[in-house]
Design a protein around this ligand. Structure first.
Ligand SMILES: Nc1ncnc2c1ncn2[C@@H]1O[C@H](COP(=O)(O)OP(=O)(O)OP(=O)(O)O)[C@@H](O)[C@H]1O
Length: 260
């Protein structure tokens, strides 16, 4: 990476315990704007926990995380006040979770869901809010006539598109994707992955993608980190890790999923 570009996310020597159970061990990484890093590994290896540490919903037992902020550049997440952290989580950082119902407000319209972050950022003009909502609905390839409909009337794939529009409207510098296409039909999943790939390239975000699906990692990510029992055991360029895995665990993971 060019030395004059500041990373969007830096983690140094992270450890995290749930009670006495060590869940994250000795994790360090850096992520730059425009990069997509996929964190892959078996169920229970600590992928989602790591994402929640980055996003600030969990605090590391040991180690430090610095994340991009609009006004002050890279800041230690642990030093942010609750109010600042909450504001960043609703504006400059984004989190797309597996189940869109956990993120959407099901009692308000699709358009209302999409513009919530813009209202938090101070936009009050009804006409402009509606225009931006329409723009993003079209950008995630949902029929614009659905703008005033409740999310309840949307399919699973459409709900996930709504969650993506609602998150990306604030143009977050850092985006966390936690299994964003799991649980969808294969054809719906393929279309959504294609959309995500286009959006990620267009918005120049730094993205951490958690997935157990190596095909999803290959499609979206330039770099892959392989987690096992809370540790990153191998990291490198996506093609390198998937086509020439070095660690025996990665070899097993790749050979059990990808055809020879
Ligand atoms: N709230 C919690 N309290 C206690 N232990 C937890 C909690 N959440 C997760 N764990 C434990 O932490 C470990 C890592 O869980 P995590 O959800 O981060 O793994 P994962 O790799 O994302 O798995 P999956 O792919 O199944 O979501 C697991 O052993 C899990 O049981």
């Amino acid at each position: 990476m060019p030395v004059n570009i500041q990373p969007a996310l830096v983690a140094r020597n992270l450890y995290f315990h749930f009670g006495k159970q060590p869940v994250i061990r000795q994790v360090s990484l850096e992520l730059y704007p425009g990069e997509v890093l996929a964190i892959v590994g078996e169920s229970g290896s600590g992928k989602s926990t790591l994402l929640n540490l980055f996003y600030g919903t969990l605090s590391p037992t040991q180690g430090a995380i610095q994340a991009s902020t609009p006004d002050l550049g890279l800041r230690p997440v642990s030093a942010l006040s609750r109010q600042t952290l909450r504001h960043l989580q609703r504006t400059a950082w984004g989190f797309v979770c597996q189940n869109p119902r956990d993120a959407l407000r099901m009692e308000i319209s699709a358009g209302g869901n999409i513009v919530e972050r813009r209202m938090i950022m101070g936009l009050r003009h009804y006409g402009q809010l509606r225009e931006e909502a329409l723009y993003w609905l079209q950008k995630v390839e949902v029929d614009p006539t659905r703008l005033d409909d409740l999310p309840e009337t949307f399919s699973g794939g459409m709900l996930q598109r709504l969650q993506i529009a609602r998150t990306l409207i604030s143009q977050p510098a850092l985006l966390y994707l936690d299994e964003p296409t799991s649980g969808l039909d294969v054809s719906v999943q393929a279309a959504l992955l294609d959309l995500l790939r286009k959006l990620v390239i267009a918005e120049n975000m730094a993205v951490v993608l958690v997935t157990h699906d190596l095909a999803v990692a290959r499609l979206l990510a330039q770099r892959i980190a392989v987690m096992r029992q809370g540790e990153i055991i191998e990291e490198g360029l996506a093609d390198q890790v998937l086509d020439d895995p070095q660690h025996p665990y990665t070899q097993l993971l790749v050979s059990s999923v990808l055809p020879a």
